[in-house]
Write a protein that binds this ligand. Sequence first.
Ligand SMILES: *Cc1c(COP(=O)(O)O)cnc(C)c1O
Length: 369
Amino acid sequence: MLEVAQPIKNLVPYVTGKPIEETKREYGIKKVIKLASNENPLGASAKVKLAVKKAINEIHLYPDGACYDLKQAYAKTFRLKPENLVFGNGSDELMGLILQAYCQPGDFVVMFDLSFVAFKIHAQARCLNVHEIKLKDGFEYDMDALISFVENQWTPKHKVIYLPNPNNPTGVYVRKNDLDRLIKAVQARKDVLLVLDDAYMEFARAKDYAVASDYLSSTPNLLVLRTMSKAYGLGGLRVGILIGDGKVVEPINKVRVPFNLSNLAQVAAVAALKDQNHVKKSVKVAWQGIDFLYKELKKMDLPVWKSQGNFVLFDVKRPTGPVFESLLKKGLIVRPLKNYGLPTIIRLSSGTMAENRFALKMLKKVLSE
Ligand SMILES: *Cc1c(COP(=O)(O)O)cnc(C)c1O
């Protein structure tokens, strides 16, 4: 047998949220609630469902590889230029494409500890080194340390900074003042590509949160990632967005497979963009849920982190493995963060209020068993 390539041999794959059907099958239960992947508990907009139904007769045709309609609709919705957009099969795919276009084996990618792990996995799979910068207390980003790294320790092998804002799983965000400083440091160098991942931008409600796209016109070496998997409720259809300078996104388009977005995904995304009310409603539901979960988890005397995303983190002060198992048996899927090196911490996505209440009830039961 041919030997597996070295970086793949040791690669720890991404841990996804446990699927609902799998849980039903394994535990022989009928009702399962999944609050493990930060999905939209309201589902997709009714307009999206209608558009997908209408498009069903076209599924024998290859999709538009250029995503023309979607590009136009997205550019119009956010006042961007169509030539600055690339769509991906989720932003996950785009992460890999960025690295493929800009890094060679042995190069370095820089990020904070506990950054969304998908980017790190893409880097490792491509024989890249990952330099992780330590966090401050409370999982806070240490922007001084990152800026100092860029200014003093950057070498010709260092290529990309990946910065999710807000981050998953920690829920922390970058204060505008800090983002301004980082952008300035990055603008001063031609050999740095900054990737800001705004996957949860719709949910961020801190007064000093700034969206990454505001910096695009002044910062050609900035790439912005967004997704329609969270606030737009299209996780299952896979629509990620990359925004950047035309010259910077061009090589990414080169390495992209021609038909990376299905026609249903494209049609759904266009319809979802047109229903901004659904997005607003979804964000409101998430905020209500987070506030409720935060308050109730505090009452249970569990250390809890209020996040700028649509999820909360809390510490069950014991190994999460058995807690996770017991919750599954009761029909609740949560996300233990052992793979991030946090063996006692659980991430819980905000669901509908009924789902949130169910989650707390089951958690109380399991923790008192
Ligand atoms: C969920 C998530 C994404 C989006 O992934 P998709 O591939 O677009 O579904 C990207 N970044 C972060 C930080 C996320 O949590």
